[in-house]
Structures are given as C-alpha cells and as structure tokens.
Design a protein around this ligand. Sequence first.
Ligand code: SF4
Length: 244
Amino acid sequence: MRAKIINLGKRCNNNCFFCFNRGKEFEEDFKKLSGEISKGRRQGCEQIIFSGQEPTLYGKLEELVILARNAGYKAIQIVSNARMFFYKDFAERIIDAGMTELLAPLHSHQERTHDRTTGVSGSFAQAVGGLLNVRELSESRFPYKGVSVSLGTVVTRENVEELASIVRFCQKLKIKQLFFIKENFLKEEIAAPVFLKHLKEASEAARKAGLRLFTSGYGREELGKLAEIRYEDRIAGGKVIKPL
Ligand code: SF4
C-alpha cells in the first residue's frame, strides 16, 4: 500500500537523548497540510502517516484525521509517543475521527529506563496508559474500527539487554507488532555479538508470544545468519524477522 507521510511540525513533549530534532519548534500551516492530504490521494496513496516530531501536539490533528478519512484513505496512522492518548477524551476523539493505526516508541519495559531515554519523568506511565486507552477504546467503544497498535524500541546500550523482556511486556499489553530500531544519530556503538545475542532471545520470545518482530535500520550483514529477513512494504523500511 502506497503511503503519504505528513509532518505536522517540530515540537515534542519528550526530549530523547538521540533525537536529532531536539530544540526545534514550528508548526506547519493547516491549509498547506490539507492540500497535502488531497495530493496524496491524487497520487494513489491509500495509507496516510501523520508524523512530526509529536503530531498529537498539533492543535488541529482531529480535523486533519477527519479530512484524511473523508478523502478516502484506507489506513490512517499516527506516529506518536502516545502520551496524549493517556487523556481518554483525546484518545476517543482521535479514534472517532478515523485513526486506524498507532505507532509508538517504547524504549523499555521499565519506567526507569524509558524515562531516562525520553528525558521526561512520568513519560512511561503516560505512554503505557495511552496505549491501554487506545486498545480498550478500540475494543469497547469502537470495535468496528479495530485500531492496530505497533511499538518501536530504539536499541541503546541502556536497553539492549532488555529486548526479550520488552517483547514479553508487549505481550502483556496485547501488542502484535514490535520494531527494534537502529538510530544512526546515536554516537554509542553496541557490539554486534551483544546485540545479536539479545535479538535472538527476543526473537524466540516473539515466536512464543505470536508477536511480529521487525528490525529497522539494520543491514543484512549486521543481522548475519541469525534470521532470514524479508522486507515488509507496508511499513517503510521495516524488515520482518521470521521466527527461528
Ligand atoms: S518522542 Fe520522538 S520526536 Fe519526541 S524527542 Fe523522542 S525521538 Fe524526538
């Protein structure tokens, strides 16, 4: 499915240490964004991805999602740190407007590690609360909408040993898709054997949990003979790790 990516601006309520947009602040013009939504449909896109930095801070996000729905996009994805979805009325409005997919970062199964990564105390609790709200609302209030939730973990030295635990945590949250992301702006290097060891454990945990595990940004050579990789065209740049 062809995707139209719309960046709503540069503003975020997190402050992740690896974010290359830290400190930037501007919002795109609503009229310009509306035009981009229509243009995507004319180009034949069936999926739209609202991104940013943090698109939920954009004041007219709900209106944009409604515009996308009315324009005929089959899939409306929001890439968000999920903190705003902690507020149930906000989550309800955005799902009702037409969001069909949420892609959110979760850098650990532990509050301590996640909050240290985002630089915001309480961000883990809010993000997990937001994810639970979306799942719960999608099951109870909007069962016909079936909003899918995927998570992404930027692999750092802080969390590389937690990869399998993060998979098990996703299972508890009933998440079906998880990405392990290589962030090229990270100055730190994680030794390949260390990453592969923990990726292998995570892959096994994912197989048991029935969770689809992707890597993003890692080359075939980095993943070595660990797993057979195939490309998934629905999510740009993602690669599926087939269960070992
Ligand atoms: S949540 Fe995303 S956009 Fe916000 S600071 Fe972290 S990496 Fe940057």
